[in-house]
Design a protein around this ligand. Structure first.
Ligand SMILES: [Zn+2]
Length: 393
């Protein structure tokens, strides 16, 4: 009797110890995998912080969600830095603001040549990451920044910019937005010319933010894979910025990739309702200003919205895994990536608060049964494949 109790206790001690060892082992394996991945986050808004708040991203910041240190810690060595310009910058004002953003980025490159380098091809990304530096890919958000002029688009390409979302929270002159009333029935003839020109010069077409009709119009025209740099799944959170299952299947046929957005509304229905109200407020503003007065207005809006201090979300790391699972189920393992939207979301998921936490996502994916090769595809290889096909080697 006594012996059997002792034996039972000994057995349960060993079982608990083994379970603890297995958990440790998974965490350790996740850290090792994350140290080897070529991590690409296909959308972060950190450059706004550098321009408006003058933060020094070469050092670990105590607020916000990304800087060069935390990108390295999280294994996300090749972020797509969005040069976002709000849509209330019209025409040449939008071009001026884009140049300001590009100049701000140049300031970071010039200050930290030992930490970060501009990547303008897939081979660049690989070379720079292997040299233990951050490989920065530059993108535009969105199409109003070309001021309806393909020559401006071509010059952006010459400045090293390699992707562009076709629109943002509102329709522009040639593309409907997912968060506005349809105006062009998708993409206009000029909009189709923009897609063809991006294909020709080697810029990745980004269909995050476009209306469903504009998405299908784009896929009918493009000869190259596209990305949804920061979107998630509408089947799990009915948010117009997310993709339906039909869209995910079409993206798979196109060879494209969707980067899962970590914003609460993208992941969780309750947060989505809240976010829609914010989007309507942001998108509705139309200040009649130019030059410095307009920049001051934008800075005031940025500070008011307090992007550097996102609130805790109802969504968590598990929701991110669920969205990845859903894309894998509907579109396949080759068509999902990471597009956190860090420094541009008003809430961040519990367990994935900033770039440094990315090993926790890999650990969760391992526990969910994903193999190491699958995880490397999700973390960056899929997006790098699109970059190789569109931008060139
Ligand atoms: Zn966006």
């Amino acid at each position: 009797m006594i012996w059997s109790i002792v034996l039972n206790r000994t057995l349960s001690f060993f079982i608990l110890a083994l379970a603890a060892l297995a958990a440790d082992d998974t965490a350790e394996r996740a850290r090792r995998i994350q140290s080897e991945v070529l991590g690409i986050d296909s959308h972060i808004d950190t450059m706004q912080r550098v321009l408006i708040e003058h933060v020094d991203i070469g050092k670990r910041l105590t607020d916000g969600q990304a800087d060069l240190v935390r990108l390295r810690e999280g294994g996300m060595h090749a972020p797509f830095f969005a040069l976002w310009v709000p849509m209330y910058y019209k025409g040449s004002e939008a071009v001026r603001r884009t140049l300001d953003m590009r100049d701000t980025f140049q300031g970071v490159l010039d200050r930290y040549p030992d930490q970060i380098e501009l990547a303008t091809s897939a081979a660049d990304v690989e070379r720079i990451v292997h040299a233990h530096k951050i490989a920065a890919v530059l993108t535009l958000e969105g199409g109003h920044q070309i001021s309806d002029d393909l020559a401006v688009l071509r010059m952006y390409h010459r400045m090293g910019i390699r992707s562009m979302t076709l629109t943002h929270f509102r329709n522009n002159d040639w593309c409907d937005s997912s968060t506005d009333k349809p105006q062009h029935n998708g993409l206009t003839e000029f909009g189709k010319d923009v897609v063809r020109e991006m294909n020709r010069i080697g810029m990745i077409v980004d269909i995050s933010h476009v209306s469903d009709k504009a998405f299908f119009d784009t896929l009918a025209v493009t000869s190259k894979p596209v990305i949804a740099s920061h979107s998630s799944c509408r089947a799990l959170s009915e948010f117009p910025r997310n993709m339906t299952d039909d869209m995910l299947r079409a993206l798979a046929r196109n060879g494209g990739v969707v980067g899962i957005n970590f914003g609460g509304g993208f992941l969780n229905q309750k947060e989505a309702d809240n976010d829609m109200r914010n989007i309507n407020a942001i998108g509705g503003a139309e200040p009649n200003l130019t030059s410095k007065a307009l920049d001051d207005y934008m800075a005031a809006m940025w500070i008011k919205n307090d992007w550097p201090h996102p609130r805790k979300s109802m969504a968590s790391l598990d929701d991110v895994v669920a969205h990845i699972d859903h894309v894998v189920k509907v579109a396949g393992i080759d068509h999902v990536g990471i597009g956190s939207d860090f420094d541009g979301i008003s809430d961040s998921p519990r367990g994935l608060e900033d770039e440094s936490k990315m090993p926790a996502l890999t650990e969760a994916l391992l526990k969910r049964g994903y193999r190491e090769g699958d995880i490397k595809k999700i973390m960056g290889e899929n997006t790098l494949r699109v970059m190789r096909e569109v931008v060139g080697k």
